[in-house]
Design a protein around this ligand. Structure first.
Ligand code: ZN
Ligand code: ZN
Length: 606
């Protein structure tokens, strides 16, 4: 019996099944390329039929050339059947380097980095010589497994003289940026022989994703100077960087460049622009863009829900959520994060409880609560005064609460000055995250506000002993396409004296209309005058004074703060917005505050 005859009868799945019950042919035969190819093509989109074809090869013991098995493997991979492709691969005698690369690439695309690394290790042990494509994926896989494992593999690339291959070097650059080794990343990128658009895009994206948004924008400008042709990927990264930094002016400039370059506005680009607007606190512009979008997906809707929530427009966030469902768009866990945030920022406790219950009871794995949803619920319950319920909620969590969840409760304890519960929660946090100084600071603030100075000293001593670090507070503003950063009490800027003069002027102005410094948030056991002096030089106050000196009278003041705004600065901003008739848009670590005519959009609930 020859294969050609047999295969001609496998015209349907039923016939294939029938033939699988036959006894294996004891004599190995050779399948012709044409017959195998014909059969493979006819069932290349049906994983079950492909598996049967493979079973026939195994049960009959026929000899199939590697080139044909290669086609079988690539067909399995194309259908997402990587583990089955691996079975076929493992049975092959001396697969060519192309196939090793194909298997590694498939595992990387599946996110199975351990298997990708395992395939490479076997390849290395068998002495298969890698080529320029091997390391592109191996470096990526290893870097995902251990911070510097990619570098060890990169050393192999050097051994084979492949380290200058653009794709390999691009992955090495991405790995260094992820490991916050910007110096090495810059060196590797700078010494690339050929820097194509993919390399530039990878570098820009890796800076953006690792929080180096300012550097990413700098690279974007260098790309323009170097005459690199931009594409949609570059623009998405650039919008994302602007969103992180809160740079509306630069974001608009990038939109102009995008139009100049003729880059189409597909849904991914439009979503990135939408995200940039909401993160810059420009809800009106986000709204206009959203209504204008010809195509929207769940990301577009979720961005709007979350954007409204962050900007204090909770009712609009919930309306948008209803509208989304009316249009038949299924929400995901990001949408629900927006919904719960909206409830949290507006103190809508009953609504929040109901939405959370809906998530749990839905049985839909796309919206099952994750740790961030639990943290959001604790924030909602705690900040609205339901501290005991928040505590019991944490105790009943089906997943281990992390420092984000307990931190939300500590923040609520601070708002409501519940020192006893705060102490208990802080003890849990000191165990969970001993190096994080912010919990120590929060706790010592609570003790200070309660006048328990002995406890303040104890917490500060604990903090020193543990080497816990306090994050330095800073504020930034964008002016003339540049980010200007201010640290509290800092006088290093050339225009410092003018800024401090302006600030003194402002303080006098707002004190005349009723502002009194709120020294509760200064935990040092010092005199009132000294407390006021510390408060008056908080970074956001310096940033506002600088903006008033620099911006045109009609421009809103946009400030981004890395930590939460303190009570005193919040009150100061309200009075400044009234005294100067300026809108102040402040993005703190958690949300936006839009100060207009002496009021804040958060209604003092934050
Ligand atoms: Zn402050
Ligand atoms: Zn506010």
């Amino acid at each position: 019996m020859i294969w050609r005859n047999r295969i001609s009868r496998f015209s349907s799945r039923a016939e294939l099944d029938l033939n699988l019950t036959r006894k294996p042919d004891p004599v190995p035969v050779t399948i012709t390329k044409q017959a195998f190819t014909a059969q493979l093509e006819s069932c290349s989109s049906h994983p079950d039929q492909l598996k049967q074809l493979h079973a026939v090869i195994l049960t009959t013991g026929i000899s199939v050339k590697n080139s044909l098995l290669t086609r079988l493997i690539t067909s399995f991979i194309a259908l997402g059947e990587t583990s089955y492709a691996r079975k076929v691969f493992d049975e092959m005698h001396k697969p060519r380097v192309f196939l090793w690369n194909t298997m590694i690439k498939a595992y990387v695309k599946d996110g199975d980095f351990i298997e990708a690394a395992a395939v490479y290790r076997r390849m290395h042990r068998l002495g298969v010589r890698p080529d320029e494509f091997t390391y592109t994926f191996v470096v990526k896989a290893c870097a995902q497994l251990l911070p510097w494992a990619g570098l060890a593999v990169a050393a192999h690339a050097v051994k084979y003289g492949l380290e200058f291959v653009a794709e390999v070097r691009t992955e090495m650059v991405v790995m260094c940026v992820r490991n916050r080794e910007l110096g090495l990343a810059r060196f590797l990128f700078g010494s690339m022989v050929e820097r194509d658009l993919v390399a530039w895009n990878a570098f820009v994206a890796a800076c953006v994703q690792s929080g180096h948004a300012a550097e990413a924008l700098d690279l974007f400008r260098r790309m323009r100077v170097a005459g690199v042709k931009l594409d949609a990927v570059t623009i998405v990264s650039a919008f994302s960087a602007c969103g992180q930094l809160g740079c509306l002016e630069t974001g608009e400039e990038i939109y102009g460049i995008m139009r100049q370059c003729g880059i189409g506005c597909n849904v991914i680009v439009a979503n990135a622009r939408l995200d940039m607007y909401v993160k810059c606190g420009s809800v009106d512009m986000a709204e206009a863009l959203f209504e204008d979008m010809s195509r929207r997906n769940v990301i577009s809707w979720s961005t709007m829900v979350l954007g409204y929530a962050m900007n204090g427009e909770s009712r609009k966030a919930l309306d948008m959520f209803s509208r989304m469902q009316e249009r038949g768009v299924a929400p995901n866990h990001v949408t629900y994060l927006g919904v719960l945030s909206a409830c949290s920022h507006a103190g809508l406790v009953n609504e929040g409880r109901a939405y959370f219950k809906r998530m749990v009871q839905s049985g839909d794995k796309n919206i099952q609560p994750k740790i961030e949803h639990y943290a959001c619920m604790v924030d909602l319950l705690g900040r609205s005064g339901h501290l005991e319920e928040a505590y019991n909620f944490i105790r009943s969590m089906p997943i281990e609460p992390d420092s984000g969840v307990w931190g939300a409760l500590l923040g609520a304890c601070a708002v409501h000055q519940n020192v006893e519960l705060g102490q208990h929660v802080a003890d849990v946090l000191f165990e969970l995250d001993p190096a994080n100084g912010s919990y120590h600071v929060l706790m010592s603030n609570m003790y200070a506000a309660a006048g328990r100075w002995d406890c303040v000293d104890k917490v500060r001593l604990k903090m020193r002993k543990r080497g816990a670090k306090k994050v330095a507070a800073y504020s930034s503003v964008e002016f003339n396409g540049k980010i200007h950063i201010f640290f509290g009490g800092n006088r290093f800027r050339p225009e410092s004296s003018k800024i401090y003069e302006k600030l003194e002027d402002l303080l006098r102005q707002v004190k005349n209309i009723g502002y009194t410094p709120n020294t509760n948030s200064v935990f040092h056991d010092v005199g009132t005058e000294e407390k006021e002096a510390t408060l008056s030089h908080h970074s956001e106050k310096l940033a506002i004074a600088f903006s008033l000196l620099s911006l045109q009278p009609e421009c809103s003041i946009r400030v981004v703060k890395n930590l939460r705004i303190c009570d005193d600065c919040h009150s100061f901003c309200k009075f400044v917005s009234k005294a100067t008739k300026r809108e102040i848009i402040m993005r703190d670590k958690i949300r936006f505050h839009h100060f207009r005519n002496g009021e804040c959009s958060c209604n003092n609930f934050w």
